[in-house]
Design a protein around this ligand. Structure first.
Ligand code: NAP
Ligand code: HSE
Length: 436
């Protein structure tokens, strides 16, 4: 058998320890499939004394993880530290600069610096792989780069954050409180170091921007992702959605459309959507991720599985290592960086959508008329309107409206008309309905 592929592993947390356990458990079959053994030679983390439930005694320890990039006995650096910048980025740059392949699960770093890192990898003719960065154990990057590579991709969308999906589906099933379920997701190892990245949709936006670049051959453009998280949702929204035949899921959607001057533009959005109960994404519960890829010849492809956690994420990391052992050094974003198109952000205003609008309002005469007038004046057609009964005289009530399909700009205009109204006790919440 050929020489081992020698790995340096930076980061020994949930995913890093998972990678060690996986390579230990499946080493022989990995060697058969890769055509050579995969061997960890060096590891690094912050605290050398921490018990991680894995035996580190066989590996060299580096206090300074960036030193791994210059070790002569290392072929591949695996970065499982996290953070878009800081030590993870320094390590990534140094490793690629030193002609070592890099595997990472770090979507924040790829979303912010993926193009520059891919340029370094292409220049050094080494691999940069990040399957685990999107949808954990679900091989959706491989699906796009390999299985669906003959297709023009029309749309890519799905559930990209396990923490939010765990929170939303658990709240839906148990009626429990948001904060309580978030704590549980953190304990289970699903959440990012900074959980606001999960609940404010930033983590899903990182992932969507990576998928969009690969799907549409576009330069990655994370700042242009319209992002809204789940922290403003109330249990009453989930209940209301259920009464209307929907569940609420945090969904990322990307597609391309022609701009005003006939140029290709890129639409990228992450926000909570009302998903019809008979849609395949409505049945995705817990930390599961699911991504729908619509190809012009393959049709609708659904990639689904565990989006977070040690085992599934390690599975994706080690799959990338196996690819490298097999000699796969393809362009990280499918096409070389200089062939990726700089696609401007699409103007979403003319997109047609049905919306769920939730208003918290003062319970007094004329408030409904005020909302309905703003809708009428902005050209928004109301399909249904429900007001939840008052709790106390003059108290706050919830009014939820579902609109007929219409341009998004009209809803924006209606909300503009209502802005600053003393009848509204908090800014309205707008969620779109996902089409089937
Ligand atoms: P984690 O449990 O917090 O582990 C991070 C590791 O990095 C720890 O071992 C920590 O060392 C080490 N570290 C942090 N800062 C360091 C520094 N300045 N110098 C040296 N080592 C440092 O994180 P994780 O959940 O495994 O996530 C790792 C990466 O995978 C992140 O990019 C994350 O977004 C991504 N990811 C995670 C999941 C998941 O389910 N957890 C899924 C997909 C992708 P100590 O242990 O000594 O503190
Ligand atoms: N925090 C992420 C999630 C981990 O909840 O999906 C996987 O990327």
């Amino acid at each position: 058998m050929a020489d081992p592929l020698r790995i340096a592993l930076a980061g020994l947390g949930t995913v890093g320890a998972g990678v060690i356990r996986l390579i230990e458990a499946n080493g022989e079959l990995i060697a058969r499939r890769a055509g050579r053994p995969v061997e960890i030679v060096a590891v690094s983390a912050r605290d050398r004394t921490k018990d991680r439930g894995v035996d580190l005694s066989r590996f060299a320890w580096e206090d300074d993880m960036t030193a791994m990039a210059s070790r002569a006995d290392v072929d591949v650096v695996v970065e499982l530290v996290g953070g878009s910048d800081g030590p993870a980025l320094t390590l990534a740059r140094n490793a690629l600069g030193a002609g070592k392949s890099l595997v990472t699960a770090n979507k924040a770093m790829i979303a912010h610096h993926g193009l520059a890192l891919a340029e370094l990898a292409e220049k050094a003719e080494v691999a940069l792989k990040f399957e685990a960065a999107v949808a954990g154990g679900v091989p959706v990057i491989k699906g796009l780069r390999e299985g669906a590579s003959a297709n023009a991709i029309e749309r890519v969308y799905g559930i990209l954050n396990g923490t939010c999906n765990y929170i939303l589906s658990t709240m839906e099933a148990t009626g429990r409180d948001f904060g309580d379920v978030l704590k549980e997701a953190q304990k289970l190892g699903y959440a990012e170091a900074d959980p606001t990245f999960d609940i404010e949709g930033i983590d899903a936006s990182h992932k969507l921007s990576i998928l969009a670049a690969i799907a549409f051959g576009a330069k990655i453009d994370f700042p242009s992702v319209e992002t809204e998280g789940i922290s403003r949702l109330r249990a009453a929204d989930i209940e209301q959605a259920a009464a209307l035949g929907f569940v609420i899921r945090l969904i990322g959607i990307a597609d391309t459309e022609l701009g005003a001057n006939g140029e290709d533009t890129l639409f990228q959005r992450v926000c909570p959507y009302l998903v019809p109960v008979d849609h395949p994404l409505a049945r995705v519960n817990g930390p599961t991720n699911a991504v729908v890829v619509e190809g012009n010849f393959a049709g609708r492809l659904l990639f689904q599985g565990a989006g977070a956690g040690d085992g599934p994420t390690a599975s994706a990391v080690v799959a990338d290592i196996i690819d490298i052992a097999r000699g796969d050094v393809g362009a990280p974003f499918s096409v070389p960086v200089n062939a990726l198109a700089p696609m401007p952000r699409a103007d979403a205003g003319h997109r047609v959508a049905r919306d769920y609008l939730r208003f918290m309002v003062a319970d007094r005469p004329g408030v409904l008329a005020e909302i309905a007038t703003a809708m009428r004046d902005a050209g928004v057609s109301i399909e249904s309107l429900i007001q939840k009964g008052r709790q106390e005289e003059g108290g706050e009530v919830m009014v939820s409206i579902v609109t007929h399909g219409g341009p998004e700009a009209n809803v924006d205009r209606a909300l503009e008309l209502l802005k600053g109204s003393p009848s509204l006790t908090e800014p309205p919440l707008v969620l779109q309905l996902l089409d089937n």
